[in-house]
Design a binder for this molecule. Structure first.
Ligand SMILES: [Zn+2]
Length: 319
């Protein structure tokens, strides 16, 4: 645990027992609020951290999620049970999947396989529907002494929100800017299938840039103070990775070949040294090259189909 801004404490959620992979944040206010929960394997570490921070089980007022991917929200059902007065806030497209996580679990299992599902994420409990609320961009959440405002930030996922704290101007970025390895100037895009969309992702980075008057708080992992440089880097990486995949797809749609090219692209931003293997493991676990390749390839295929449709449409009218 460490304070990242006045009244904002970062909590290492120890996803699957791993240090500094995923963060949750506690906002101190008359209605104490947890941003993100980590997955099912994070429930004990997060509950212990909240206890150490003096939050009684009945005192946690809100749990707010940037999106419902399991590394961010897999533990919310169990934590809601431990903290029985907390209201759970999420994007409207995410709410029903928290009330019934079966589809969420099925799609994550397709991506990660049974073994990694169990070791990284652990069990996923539902949230009782009556404790779920939809967080809209229009209505800031009043925590008593500070408010939390949602920014619609699709691209990584269509239901992704970033959150702005009124008291400090920090922004909780979820996965919208990608994955940041602590202490290193490395930013890896997070472009998973099936929803990654380049244009939306870049617009979301710009939206975060405009809203952030202070530090960016990454879910993976921790604070970055330099907003402009980080947003520039996030946009550049998104474009470079997409361009690399677009280049391969001129000659093939074979995923293995796309992965090979993207692995070379990823190597350009990987830092060498004693920490290098651990850092690479972090990046691969959180936003693996193969998953990113599949997400970008799917996006480009959809884009090409859209192009073909609009060309058909334009055809008869062209003179
Ligand atoms: Zn995510």
């Amino acid at each position: 645990m460490f304070e990242v801004a006045p009244g904002v404490t970062a909590i290492d959620t120890f996803m699957g027992g791993r240090e500094r992979y995923t963060a949750a944040y506690l906002l101190t206010a008359s209605q104490p609020t947890l941003v993100e929960t980590g997955p099912g394997t994070s429930v004990e570490p997060v509950a212990r951290a909240l206890e150490a921070l003096g939050i009684e089980p009945g005192a946690l007022a809100h749990i707010v999620l940037t999106h419902i991917h399991l590394d961010h929200a897999g533990g919310v059902g169990s934590l809601a049970g431990r903290f029985p007065n907390a209201t759970v806030w999420v994007h409207e497209r995410g709410a029903r999947h928290l009330a019934d996580p079966s589809r969420l679990v099925a799609s994550a299992t397709r991506v990660y396989g049974d073994e990694r599902m169990a070791s990284l994420f652990g069990p996923v409990e539902p949230v009782p529907a009556e404790r779920l609320r939809v967080l809209e961009e229009a209505g800031p959440l009043d925590l008593g002494g500070r408010t939390l405002r949602a920014l619609d930030t699709p691209g990584h996922a269509s239901h992704h929100l970033a959150l702005v704290d009124s008291a400090t101007g920090v922004v909780f970025t979820g996965d919208a800017l990608g994955i940041h390895v602590p202490d290193l100037p490395v930013l890896r895009p997070a472009t998973p299938p099936p929803e990654f969309d380049l244009e939306l992702a870049i617009a979301s980075v710009e939206r975060i840039r405009a809203a952030a008057s202070s530090t960016l708080l990454f879910a993976h992992f921790g604070p970055i103070a330099d907003v402009d440089r980080t947003c520039d880097l996030a946009v550049r990486r998104l474009q470079e990775w997409t361009d690399a995949v677009r280049g391969v797809m001129r000659s093939t749609t074979d995923l293995d070949e796309i992965v090979e090219v993207l692995t070379r692209e990823a190597a350009r931003e990987t830092v060498t040294g004693a920490q290098a293997q651990l850092d690479l493991d972090r990046l691969e676990t959180l936003a693996g090259v193969r998953m990113n390749a599949a997400g970008i390839a799917r996006y480009l295929t959809k884009e090409a189909e859209r192009g073909a449709i609009s060309q058909d449409y334009a055809g008869p009218q062209a003179s």
